[in-house]
Design a protein around this ligand. Sequence first.
Ligand code: SAH
Length: 251
Amino acid sequence: MRTPRLYTPQPLPLGQTIELEAAAGHYVGKVLRMQEKQEVILFNDTGTQVSAHISNISKKIVRVLISAQLKAPKASLLYTHLGQVMSRGERMDYAIQKATELGINEITPLYSSRCEVKLDHQRQIKRLAHWQQIAISACEQSGRIDVPLIHTPQALSTWLENTSAEVKLVLHPHETRPLEAQKAPLSCALLVGPEGGFTLEEVEQAHAEGYTGLSLGPRILRTETAPIAALTLLQYVWGDLSPRLTEIQDK
Ligand code: SAH
């Protein structure tokens, strides 16, 4: 069995025993049926990653002894923030999971004129916790340590006025510009529309706020496919998928 890798909000002091949170304990004890002395890898928000061994396992409680500090995986050089207009069904879950695997740092769910999702306060809180958990699981699976921040949903105009990044891109099928070769920025904001797309006014407002149009080619991608294609491109030209970077690391 591959050593399970789990996120915890707790500090991870070397040589000490900690109790896993209920959900992690359930996963280790009930789902994986792990035994005493077996190893788990734990990581937290401070960028610490450790190896730990189960010291005590009972019906409800799993305690682990933190045995060694591990080298933490590196984050991408490129800081990315995705503004994704919400669509119905599980499209948002998919976009969050895949964007996390591809190194996204922040995600803001957005409302726009063709957005078909409306969340009241209570549902918004529930959705946010659900999305944050998807991002955590995607980090556990993909070996990432820096869990992306999922913001409270906001209006597209608020996002356009308040989001700052060195390069700001609006994805729109009717734009003709591919990604331009330019000096690698350190940060990039990426705006993706809903199933029905952006209105002309929204695209114009994005341009007025400094967003450059980005085309992902002649085919219309689904709203949840667009961030995957765009992030792959961005990590390739400016981030940690860059052939230039691999050459440097290989030396
Ligand atoms: N019917 C809509 C298409 C929406 S696709 C329209 O014609 O505008 C959903 C979103 O994915 C779009 O708003 C855009 O942000 C992104 N997208 C899909 N295909 C794209 C492409 N080829 N180039 C750039 N962005 C694209």
